[in-house]
Ligand binder design. Structure first.
Ligand SMILES: Cc1cc2nc3c(=O)[nH]c(=O)nc-3n(C[C@H](O)[C@H](O)[C@H](O)COP(=O)(O)OP(=O)(O)OC[C@H]3O[C@@H](n4cnc5c(N)ncnc54)[C@H](O)[C@@H]3O)c2cc1C
Length: 128
C-alpha cells in the first residue's frame, strides 16, 4: 500500500506534483497557507504571466492538461529590449518559428488545483 504524502504549498509545483503522485497511487494532502484562490474575488492583480516552454508543456501533457492550456496561451517569439540610448532590439527565444507560451499564472494554478482534487488530492487552505 502506498504511503500518505504531504506537500507544503499549492502553487504550480505543489499542485502539479500532487497530481503525479496521486496518479501513482499515493494519498496526497497539500497544506496551503493562503485562501483558495478559486473562491477569492477575481481581480487582475499584479502578477505577470508565466512563460511556458516545451519542458513546461511536457509536464502538463503527461497529466492531460497541455491542449487546454495551449488554447489560452499567447505565443511569444522574442524579448523586446529598450536600450538607454533609445534604440530597441529584439532577442529571439529560439530558432525561427520557435516560441514560448505566455499564460495566466492564476488560471494555470487553479486548473492544476481542480485536477488535483479530481484525482483525490486533499488541499487544506489557510494552513501553514
Ligand atoms: C516575477 C516572477 C516571474 C516569473 N516568471 C516565470 C516564467 O515566466 N516562467 C517560469 O517558468 N517561471 C517563472 N517564475 C518562476 C516561477 O514563479 C516559479 O518557478 C514557480 O511559481 C514556482 O512554483 P512553486 O509552486 O514552487 O512556488 P509558488 O508558485 O510561489 O507556490 C508556493 C506556494 O506555497 C505556499 N506556501 C509557502 N510557504 C508555505 C507554508 N509554510 N505553509 C503552507 N503554504 C506555504 C504559498 O502560499 C504558495 O501558494 C517567475 C517568478 C517570479 C517571481
Amino acid at each position: 500500500m502506498k504511503k500518505n504524502t504531504t506537500i507544503i504549498g499549492a502553487g504550480l509545483v505543489g499542485s502539479l506534483l500532487s497530481i503525479y503522485l496521486a496518479k501513482r497511487g499515493y494519498k496526497v494532502s497539500i497544506y496551503e497557507r493562503r485562501d483558495d484562490m478559486r473562491k477569492a474575488k477575481l481581480s487582475a492583480g499584479r502578477s505577470i504571466n508565466l512563460a511556458l516552454s516545451d519542458r513546461g508543456l511536457l509536464a502538463l501533457e503527461k497529466i492531460g492538461l497541455a491542449d487546454e492550456i495551449r488554447k489560452i496561451s499567447i505565443p511569444m517569439h522574442c524579448r523586446f529590449i529598450h536600450n538607454v540610448d533609445g534604440t530597441t532590439v529584439t532577442q529571439p527565444y529560439g530558432k525561427e518559428g520557435q516560441f514560448i507560451n505566455t499564460v495566466s499564472r492564476a488560471t494555470l494554478n487553479m486548473r492544476l488545483m481542480d485536477l488535483a482534487e479530481e484525482n483525490g488530492v486533499e488541499i487544506l487552505f489557510n494552513h501553514k
